[in-house]
Design a protein around this ligand. Sequence first.
Ligand SMILES: CC(C)(COP(=O)(O)OP(=O)(O)OC[C@H]1O[C@@H](n2cnc3c(N)ncnc32)[C@H](O)[C@@H]1OP(=O)(O)O)[C@@H](O)C(=O)NCCC(=O)NCCS
Length: 333
Amino acid sequence: MATMQGFGQMIEKLKKSPKSIVFTEGCDERILEAASRLLSGNFLTPVLVGNEQKILAAAEELGYNVRGARIMDPERYERMDEMVNLLCEIRKNKGMRQEEARALLKKGNYFGTMLVKMGEADALLGGATYSTADTVRPALQIIKTKPGHSVVSSVFIMVRPSATGENEVLAMADCAINIRPDADQLAEIAINAAECAKEFGVDPKVAFLSYSTLGSGKGEDVEKMRQAAAKAKAMRPDIPIEGEIQFDAAVSPKVARTKCPDSPVAGHANTFIFPDINAGNIGYKIAQRLGNFDAYGPVLLGLNAPINDLSRGCNAEEAYSMAIITATLACED
Ligand SMILES: CC(C)(COP(=O)(O)OP(=O)(O)OC[C@H]1O[C@@H](n2cnc3c(N)ncnc32)[C@H](O)[C@@H]1OP(=O)(O)O)[C@@H](O)C(=O)NCCC(=O)NCCS
């Protein structure tokens, strides 16, 4: 059973390598609470996007101390002309003009993403009020995919606390970005998810999930998952990978003995690849709501800088935890 790299270890990393993180919704109550906690811990600098007076008034009223945070207002940003030019340059193949860029940059999601692009901050956490699409789209357009990657995807790190202190940690992908990934994309998603899982203390054993186990059922999606597993195995023979495989065979050693006795993954899978976003999104929420797992994510994979999305239903604790996870991903090694 894997034990998640504790938040203590992440905080130690951040103390050694100080980072800053943009919050695109600087006035939001949950963000202000998370920012004040980060500041009191003195290991990560929040960059709050929004009107300074409004942010300070909201913090004062709610009783959160955000002294030490950088407050950046798109209306008063001294490098705005440079930012507009850079955005036009990045989007020139889409014919972006100055007026359009200037209008987009009044919005916290585009402005915040450009702050990361321009090196004003190391990471970004949005989504307290923006939808996933509105948080992710600027990142896809501006930050873009890492060299050698063809797709941005996401993983949820699922942690079930245990009384003994040895938490159970799983990875689930892609539950939030790609609506209907093909076999090539799924292979890439799986490898990225496995690599990310390692960062959280998981020794990845990857299952490409399906309603069929190694040919027991037939159908287009069965074939897709079989091909995806084969491609991923060919790309990374060092990672234990199985597929297509049903969820019970993936996690239950007893079922695995009957359905696929020779598999190195079956019965012990901890990194789950879903055929599409329907399955993934429903799957991680079942684990969260009925299986008592805490869900950290979606952690975006394959982007050129760490940018993550909060659920609009998040609380301050989740914003705080995700900020630490996101900023840690900006640390070397
Ligand atoms: C992620 C998502 C927002 C992107 O789609 P979109 O906003 O319609 O964006 P577009 O298709 O117009 O693409 C915008 C840019 O991102 C790129 N892009 C889109 N998806 C991408 C991906 N998965 N990886 C890399 N780049 C991607 C496009 O190529 C395009 O680039 P360009 O403008 O430079 O040509 C969309 O896939 C989506 O809505 N996913 C589901 C989100 C969701 O609701 N999740 C559930 C809740 S957690």
